[in-house]
Design a protein around this ligand. Structure first.
Ligand code: ZN
Length: 338
């Protein structure tokens, strides 16, 4: 199998949906079925003097060094420039852009925010005055071909929020900005009954599902009668006083990701706050929040010992403990076993 658009052949990207096989590797550009024949794309020729550029201020010797190195190494490797804000990242890649344009290759400059795309396209067309610089983002989609294409990074930002972010205005904004979101759903009674209906219509008996092996489902739901949005949920039964509860526990999120499976979507949402929890545990359970010396280096050592102890405990959680016990924090562990 091969995707007619991105030419992917890796089977793990192919997915069988209701209409047949499609490729998930390039699905953010719209779904393309494998048997579909795509119109060949005809692209504008790169202008001959496109690589000429003028920068009104000189680069520092250090910037020049990075700039040269980028242009040299881009041929055989990916490059990540990790620099602070305002250090001139854009300026340091101009040489590389020019090099590619000189070879009659098109250059894509992708940035997350639409406003920055518009600003940067303008700036770059001043710098590369002979090249055809095109901004491509929400509201600018008629012309998508040029020498230097400045565009938004499509679908690479994923927004995860708890129920405090369950707000129509925010969802609308994220949809307009083409940002994928996963937000914990509020307004629970109606969603709860929708989820119940969904399970009933599929003949799912939630009594067979537990917190560790929940049922994952989805449905479309029009919040406050507006356009329908995709709801992912998980459902499971709990034991109470030795009896299985009559109603399932249901946990739902709303998302504009139309391709992720309910299980993957819920899993991604549940990773929310994981790092904050690690920090909290390090502070509360391993005394990582206090310093006890006057000397910086002593304090650093003190902190590192706390972090080291926490890591050892983590290793113990993941390698020795099983099931629910894995969620246990150090303080609880001390309380039970000390
Ligand atoms: Zn593809």
């Amino acid at each position: 199998m091969q995707c007619p658009r991105c030419l992917n052949t890796d089977p793990s990207y192919f997915y069988h949906g209701s209409k047949g096989w499609y490729c998930r590797r390039c699905v953010s550009f719209g779904r393309v079925m494998l048997e579909e024949e795509l119109e060949p794309v005809s692209l504008e020729e790169i202008r001959d003097d496109g690589q000429e550029y003028t920068l009104k201020y000189p680069l520092t010797p250090a910037q020049i060094k990075v700039s040269h190195e980028c242009a040299e190494r881009i041929e055989d490797t990916d490059i990540l420039l990790k620099c602070v804000c305002g250090s001139g990242k854009t300026e340091m890649v101009l040489e590389t852009i020019a090099l590619m344009l000189g070879k009659h290759k098109k250059v894509c400059f992708a940035i997350a925010r639409r406003q920055v795309v518009l600003e940067l396209a303008e700036r770059l067309s001043g710098i590369f005055s002979h090249a055809h610089v095109v901004p491509v983002c929400h509201g600018y989609t008629t012309v998508t071909d040029g020498d230097l294409i400045v565009c938004t990074t499509h679908g690479t930002i994923r927004f995860r929020g708890d129920s405090a972010f369950y707000n129509m205005e925010l969802m609308k904004f994220l949809e307009d900005e083409k940002i994928t979101y996963y937000i914990r759903a509020k307004g629970f009674e109606s969603l709860h009954s929708e989820a119940m209906d969904d399970m009933i219509s599929r003949g799912i008996d939630w009594k067979n599902y537990t917190p560790f092996h929940p049922y994952h489902g989805e449905f479309l739901y029009a919040i406050k009668g507006k356009q329908p949005r995709r709801i992912l949920y998980k459902a499971y039964s709990v034991m109470k006083d030795g009896q299985i509860s009559f109603f399932p526990v249901i946990y739902a999120i709303v998302t504009n990701d139309m391709d992720i499976s309910p299980e993957e979507g819920m899993h991604f949402y549940e990773l929310r706050g994981a790092s904050e929890n690690f920090t909290k545990e390090l502070k509360n359970d391993f005394d990582g929040g206090h310093v006890s010396h006057k000397d910086f280096w002593k304090n650093e050592m003190d902190f590192l010992i706390s972090a080291y102890a926490y890591n050892v405990f983590h290793l113990f959680q993941n390698m020795i403990l099983e099931g629910k016990d894995r969620m246990i924090t150090m303080n609880t562990f001390r309380l039970i076993f000390q």
